[in-house]
Design a protein around this ligand. Structure first.
Ligand code: ATP
Length: 239
């Protein structure tokens, strides 16, 4: 398998607080990888560090062998790593279709943009029905779909999803993860997803990492993680 993203020995600090203590992780081309961890474990910091929202103080982040660690968020996005941040952050006063167009701002002259919008509407018919509506009027689940659609418009090779199920009903959560699978299957896009809902994350992803206090405490196939008694007790709430 080809390594798409390789994170090695990454440290990130907020002033005097070290949030990541030498984290390493890999995502292969076309793979779905999940990161589990308790509140404050450093999951968001890890995604934000990869996405260039915060800078690592140490370590390396390579995409297809090219160093992207320390680039700003715009440059990381142009390299093909696109973040869907926690809380979605769609543009509330822009319509659904305008939000999608914003995702493609760097590729305005690309004739494939229209085709990609159609693809999103096929994946998310609800967005097509509401394409003229301001994004702020959509439900939380619909906004999450729009945020993923907008990220898709940037032509990612790797999607970073931060807590996509946050605040969503179980039904919407299932829909969002079904779309994550379709994006991988139909578009070959790799996904690194941070998720509190360990059950759906471990059932969707191929490989999982567990972060504890800014360190990788476990790395294994999701199938293996699902069998582990400590993971069942702590993350799956059942044995
Ligand atoms: P949660 O599941 O609660 O979102 P998380 O695993 O995503 O948690 P982070 O948000 O990455 O964890 O936080 C990791 C550590 O870094 C925590 O100790 C947190 O208090 C600290 N931290 C996060 N953001 C900042 C910031 N902007 N300034 C200072 N400390 C921060």
């Amino acid at each position: 398998m080809t390594t798409l993203l390789s994170v090695r020995d990454v440290e990130t600090w907020y002033g005097p607080v070290r949030a990541l203590h030498g984290v390493g992780l890999e995502v292969h081309a076309g793979q779905i990888v999940t990161v589990l961890g308790a509140n404050g474990a450093g999951k968001t910091t890890l995604l934000n560090t990869i996405a260039g929202v915060v800078s690592p103080h140490k370590g390396s982040i390579r995409l297809d062998g090219e160093e992207i660690g320390g680039l700003d968020a715009d440059a990381v996005c142009r390299s093909g790593v696109v973040l869907v941040p926690e809380g979605r952050q769609v543009f509330p006063f822009l319509s659904v279709s305008e939000n999608l167009a914003m995702g493609a701002f760097a590729r305005r002259s690309d004739p494939a943009v229209r085709r990609d919008v159609d693809q999103i509407y096929e994946w998310f018919p609800r967005l097509q029905e509401r394409h003229r509506q301001p994004a702020g009027q959509l439900s939380g689940g619909e906004q999450q779909m729009l945020a993923i659609g907008r990220a898709y418009m940037a032509k990612p090779r790797l999607l970073l999803l931060d807590e996509p199920s946050l605040g969503l009903s179980p039904l919407f959560t299932k829909e969002v993860f079904a779309i994550v699978r379709r994006i991988r299957e139909q578009a070959g896009i790799a996904v690194l997803v941070v998720e509190q809902n360990a059950s759906i994350a471990l059932n969707t992803a191929d490989h999982g990492y567990v972060l504890e206090l800014g360190r990788v405490a476990a790395s294994a196939s999701c199938e293996a993680l699902r069998q582990r008694a400590d993971i069942k007790d702590f993350y799956l709430g059942a044995s």
